[in-house]
Design a protein around this ligand. Structure first.
Ligand code: PGA
Length: 245
């Protein structure tokens, strides 16, 4: 039985005064984990204030060991903060920082080696969806961005169609189901039975009013939530819907 996961991605939002919100978010419970990924400067106070009620994660890590990489954080540094997760290959980083599948694979390997659980993001553009290439794009991203030892430790894959992020648009439930089934099939084929243990999140415009129907789709183990994770008023009902799914 996979544990459900409600993951909040705060992106480049949040200062120390916003951490008070952590106390208002429904806590992790058996079978349903709640994760907040704040910006890097809040990792240590977030771990302290979450008090084990919530898991804390980072939004990126460097692929290499500590060294001469100005402005970056290694996976081991993130683990040292007490954070347990790291989001990798978010489309905003793929686009704005030119991150390739090969780089994301290297980062995921570094994260696993540092004891972090990677959340590896994949998803097609609007043009790729319109042109009927969505499932092919997903397969390519999986093939190239997952490290070979992915299933030797807990890991998560987030299916986030780029056109659904921050737009208020979501794919049809049939499109979500087909994408998640394709991801699960890929994992089983490549990793065998342990491929069943990887949790699959849907991400892109998850809101309180659409969460329950998304969580009812097969192979959807939770969500990666951007905008709606910034307030307990919005994230709370999404967590409650996931716990009830
Ligand atoms: P959104 O972002 O929920 O604001 O659409 C999701 C994400 O980028 O992970």
């Amino acid at each position: 039985m996979r544990q459900k996961l409600a993951a909040g991605n705060w992106k480049m939002n949040g200062t120390q005064d916003q951490l008070g919100m952590l106390a208002q978010v429904p806590p992790s419970q058996p079978g349903c984990e709640v994760l907040i990924c704040p910006p890097a400067q809040l990792l240590i106070p977030a771990v302290q204030q979450a008090l084990g009620r919530l898991s804390i994660g980072a939004q990126d890590c460097h692929a290499q060991a500590p060294g001469a990489h100005t402005g970056d954080l290694s996976a081991s540094m993130i683990a040292d903060t007490g954070a347990r997760y790291v989001i990798l290959g978010h489309s905003e980083r793929r686009q704005a920082h030119g991150e390739t599948d090969a780089l994301i694979q290297a980062k995921a390997a570094a994260a696993i080696d540092a004891g972090l659980c990677p959340i590896i993001c994949i998803g097609e553009s609007h043009a790729q969806r319109i042109n009927g290439q969505a499932l092919d794009v997903i397969q390519d991203q999986l093939r190239l961005s997952l490290p070979d030892h992915l299933t030797q430790a807990p890991s998560v894959i987030a299916y986030e169609p780029i056109w659904a992020i921050g737009t208020g648009l979501i794919p049809s439930l049939d499109q979500i189901t087909k994408a998640h089934s394709a991801i699960r099939a890929h994992l089983r084929q490549r990793f065998g039975a342990p491929g069943n243990d990887v949790r699959l999140l849907y991400g892109g415009s998850v809101k309180p009013d659409n969460a329950a129907q998304i969580f009812a789709c097969p192979e959807v183990d939770g969500a990666l939530v951007g905008g709606a994770s910034l307030s307990a008023e919005d994230f709370g009902p999404i967590i409650t819907a996931l716990a009830a799914a």
